[in-house]
Design a protein around this ligand. Structure first.
Ligand code: ADP
Ligand code: ZN
Ligand code: ZN
Length: 716
């Protein structure tokens, strides 16, 4: 019997390829890997269809060998691959490359057998071993313990041959070793708000639906996920929980492990082999609870029953290169295809999700209060106009900090710039230190040594003693960054421990974990840090959060910057007052009348959302329109711009709005010139038709590279 196999090839190709296979016995090959000739060599591809004939002309090449005897990629995942390719206008081959772990693409054999333990087969009469003393000892041990796993057997120094010999005699058998998922309620009783959300989701477990948990920080969203997960696991089905970041927050994984006894963790820090192992054990149905970051949305499941996307607003769900997909949106598409619910949770919902709620596409549950006595902090604005700043802080702020320290509270200062000073300028002629390879100003660092650094290409420079333009010697640093704030606070509060949290000091997960663990203990302390502070840690003793310079984001040309800034402020503020002590949040600003700040102070994130949605609607920006960003970069700025003009010219006969091309927010990076254009349309369908006209335009060599980003998050 001859079959035509349609194969997905993990190379940047826009189409699939047909191959011939003789003697194939069944159609069970869909989702299995095959090795096929491709170009001058061979690749491992995935079969997505078995057909009787091919539409391709000419002779088809033959499959070299079939790697898997059964599917390893589920059908819903294959469908998702095609959806991703068409939605993000990305070559289907690139989608496959992104979705599958490296070792899967290398053709590594997948063992779908679960681990097992050795157990005794109860014997009617007393077992006589005669001269087989090793067997006798093993038997005695097993009678004592019931069963032994492989690692235990190794520890006991028992040879495997002894066990297999006993297995042959019918004395032992292998018992699959499956995670047990025993639920611990830890004495937590869901609040009425939590219970309502839990019951609503449980009431529609067998159908697709997007359930949004709109819960303030610390309101117990995780408890809602956990209760729903418990029921899905009890039905024998599988659950996927997506989180933005695991490496920095091992406590999330620990928490799930404590509550369920077992959780499989998938993230990019894993080695290829670890990823591969977990991937196959989820596919076999052995692991039923999976916690992972972005790419975990591509894990094959045997019987997925629920997807949870925690912190759904987080921009790390969007991949910024190659396949520019959103894992949150892919999760919704996958859930829809499988007919299962998906829960999106956040204290600072993305505006897309808010709009989907407003249009009744998503169902929302509000958790407005924190369980127990914990209270939500109040936002207050601190007008710094006309005040002198020391280390980026005005005198009243220093006094507020003093008040909290005197009350034995902990203080958290958010300053979203690492280094010592934002820039170095010449006091005489206004010269600014710039990176030679990028159009950005250099940041001054004092720790671990004094130097100027480019935060974009990481190039480092010595600090000049004279101005290169006017030779003046009055070079001054302006704009406080983390190191400067720490220095100033150390002078103001001698003896108070101060910790800095930014990428320069916290370069390992262990360090972050250590710092946050320390802060669980009571006692005066100041924590100065960047957005790293926003990651979901509980800091029960923090009573004050001070935000410096955060309003800068409200003046950016990137239309999403305001949303990101508000989310950051609210998330960091959410660290405060989590225990019995009420928290305060002070935002230092030059612009207390700014509508965003006013609404944030008056009615929190919800207030911000209302204001921002009006602005977005007026400007016809997402979520009221659909947008795709076209980026191009090259060694010559004119060429790059001309190229984008040409691309836009291909978009004809449509009402889709064309914007640009204009220089990117950072016009030059690593000596490459960058330009961007955008396509905007109220109709998603029309936008995709327009993109379809240009998606396959090749990059003109390495001189210019270009890409399409559908639903971009970062507009730079
Ligand atoms: P969120 O994810 O919404 O920020 P968490 O789920 O981390 O909040 O919950 C915050 C704290 O409240 C946790 O320590 C959690 O154990 C606790 N908690 C959650 N629900 C309840 C409840 N119903 N009763 C008491 N404590 C709860
Ligand atoms: Zn000068
Ligand atoms: Zn640079």
């Amino acid at each position: 019997m001859t079959h035509i196999l349609r194969v997905l090839i993990p190379r940047p190709v826009w189409r699939t390829y047909d191959y011939v296979l003789h003697d194939a016995t069944s159609n069970a090959l869909v989702g299995a890997r095959v090795r096929v000739p491709f170009g001058p060599s061979s690749v491992v591809g995935i079969v997505f269809e078995v057909a009787a004939r091919s539409e391709h002309l000419g002779e088809l090449k033959q499959v070299m060998n079939v790697v898997d005897q059964q599917p390893i990629v589920s059908e819903d995942l294959l469908k998702l691959a095609f959806w991703l390719a068409s939605y993000y206008h990305c070559p289907i081959g690139t989608v496959i490359e992104t979705m599958l772990p490296t070792d899967v693409l290398r053709g590594r054999a997948i063992n779908l057998e679960p681990d097992f333990e050795w157990a005794i087969v109860p014997q009617g009469e007393k077992v006589e071993f005669k001269r087989a003393t090793r067997q006798q000892e093993t038997w005695n041990l097993l009678v004592n313990r019931g069963a032994l796993t492989d690692p235990e057997i190794r520890r006991e120094g028992i040879a495997r041959s002894v066990l297999t010999a006993m297995e042959k005699k019918g004395l032992l058998r292998r018992k699959p070793l499956l995670p047990k998922y025993q639920f611990q309620d830890r004495g937590i009783k869901p609040t009425a708000e939590q219970e309502f959300a839990i019951q609503s989701v449980l009431g529609s477990l067998n159908q697709f639906g997007v359930h949004v948990l709109d819960g303030v920080t610390g309101s117990g969203k995780t408890e809602v996920y956990i209760r729903v997960i418990k029921e899905v696991l009890a039905k024998g089905r599988q659950v996927l929980v997506l989180v933005p970041e695991i490496a920095l927050t091992p406590q999330t994984a620990n928490h799930f492990r404590e509550r369920f006894g077992s959780v499989a963790v998938l993230h990019s820090m894993r080695t290829n082999l670890q990823r591969f192992e977990i991937w196959s054990r989820v596919g076999s149905g052995e692991h039923r609870l999976v916690l992972g970051t972005r790419s975990a949305v591509f894990t094959p499941f045997k019987d997925l029953g629920l997807i949870v996307v925690d912190e759904e607003h987080d921009s790390s769900y969007k991949q910024s290169d190659s396949l520019r997909y959103s894992a949150r949106d892919a999760a919704v598409v996958r859930a829809n295809d499988l007919g299962i619910p998906v829960i999106l949770g956040s204290a600072t919902l993305s505006l897309e999700t808010v709009e989907n709620i407003n249009r009744n596409k998503y169902k929302a549950y509000r958790l407005a209060a924190r369980p127990g006595t914990a209270k939500l902090p109040k936002f207050q604005l601190l007008d710094v106009r006309g005040q002198s700043l020391r280390g980026g802080m005005c005198h009243p702020l220093i006094e507020i900090i003093r008040r909290h320290l005197d009350g034995e509270g902990q203080v958290l200062v958010l300053i979203n710039r690492r280094g010592f000073a934002v820039s170095v300028v010449c006091h005489d002629c206004g010269w600014r230190a710039n990176c030679q390879d990028c159009d950005v100003i250099l940041t001054l660092h004092e720790q671990p040594c004094r130097e100027l650094r480019c935060h974009h290409c990481d190039r480092r420079y010595e600090l000049p003693d004279h101005c290169p333009d006017c030779s003046g010697n009055r070079l001054v640093s302006v704009g406080a960054a983390t190191q400067r704030v720490v220095e100033t606070l150390a002078e103001a509060f001698p003896g108070v421990p101060i910790r800095r949290i930014d990428r320069d000091v916290i370069n390992t997960n262990r360090k972050l974990e250590h710092t946050f663990t320390e802060l669980q203990l009571p006692g005066r302390c100041i924590l100065v840090g960047t957005q790293m502070l926003a990651k979901g840690h509980h800091l029960p003793n923090v009573t004050l959060v001070a935000v410096l310079r955060a309003d800068a984001g409200f003046f950016s040309s990137d239309f999403r910057a305001a949303e990101r800034t508000a989310q950051l402020i609210v998330q960091v503020a959410g660290r405060a007052g989590r225990a019995e002590r009420e928290g305060e949040v002070w935002i230092q600003t030059y612009d207390p009348d700014h509508p965003h700040l006013e609404s944030l102070a008056k009615s929190g994130y919800r207030g911000f959302v209302e204001t921002e949605l009006i602005l977005r609607r007026d400007a016809n920006f997402p979520p009221y329109s659909h947008l795709a960003l076209l980026r191009a970069e090259g060694s010559n700025s004119e060429e790059v711009k001309t190229f984008l003009h040409q691309v836009l010219r291909e978009v004809t006969g449509t009402s889709t709005e064309k914007l640009g091309p204009v220089p990117a927010y950072i016009p030059r990076l690593n000596n490459r010139w960058r330009c961007q254009a955008a396509l905007v349309d109220r109709s998603r369908k029309r936008l995709h038709e327009a993109l379809g006209k240009i998606a396959k335009i090749p990059s003109p060599g390495s001189r210019i590279r270009w890409s399409i980003d559908v639903d971009p998050i970062d507009m730079s």
